[in-house]
Design a protein around this ligand. Structure first.
Ligand SMILES: [Zn+2]
Length: 224
């Protein structure tokens, strides 16, 4: 089962993605990790990505998709993958669909983690992060010491309310069209009477609440 995760930063999709991957016995692929691995291995596409980064450019979508395709073609990914941060724009959704269809596969499910902006602000601005080891803590005061390394906890500028609201605006502008794109495809394949590889199931998940409960809801949504 190939699963795409969508959701704003702070909605916990990384954590849930790991749990889903573990439960289904498939790997979780995040763009950043796959990219770093390709760069470290010095593959031709990895070197192209490295060159772009060294110039201070964004790594082109075509390079990222090529690297993704290589990761998707690995035997370890043959039963499926959980894709985190791979699709943020419609062109990326189209690119992923193309790459998967070249491998004779498709996106089977899109998990959309939904969270209200006010709640996200409340949640993230209650977070303090260790400036040494980057461990995040919820409900701890900045200035106190990290449990793991004794480093100082600080509030990241990313977690300031204004920064969160601005990220949410960017997320909605970019991602709403992606959600519509997937939902159109899902409807089309329903009309055709069979859910083929063109139409994923789109599962909306309220991302607030108990982590275990959310995992259960997600797994049920994937089965249903
Ligand atoms: Zn620390």
């Amino acid at each position: 089962m190939n699963i795409v995760l969508l959701g704003p930063p702070g909605a916990g999709k990384g954590t849930q993605g790991e749990r889903i991957a573990k439960t289904l016995g498939i790997p979780k692929l995040a763009t950043g990790d796959v990219l770093r691995a390709a760069v470290a291995q010095g593959t031709p596409l990895g070197l192209a990505a490295k060159a772009a980064m060294e110039r201070g450019d964004l790594v082109p979508d075509s390079v990222i998709l090529g690297i993704m395709k290589e990761a998707l073609a690995l035997p370890s990914a043959s039963k499926g993958v959980v894709l985190d941060g791979v699709v943020r724009t419609v062109p990326q959704a189209e690119g992923l669909a193309r790459v998967l269809s070249e491998l004779g596969r498709g996106v089977d499910a899109v998990l959309l983690f939904e969270v209200g902006e006010d709640e996200l602000v409340r949640r993230l601005s209650a977070r303090a992060t260790c400036e040494s080891c980057q461990t995040p803590y919820t409900g701890r005061e900045p200035g106190t010491a990290c449990d793991k390394c004794g480093g100082k906890l600080v509030r990241r500028t990313d977690d300031e309310p204004e920064a969160i609201r601005s990220r949410m605006r960017a997320y909605h502008e970019q991602t709403e069209p992606v959600i519509e794109w997937y939902e159109r495809r899902a409807r089309k394949s329903d009309d055709a009477g069979a859910r083929d590889h063109n139409g994923p199931r789109v599962v909306r998940v309220n991302a607030l609440g108990n982590i275990d409960d959310i995992t259960k809801i997600v797994m049920k949504g994937l089965e249903g």
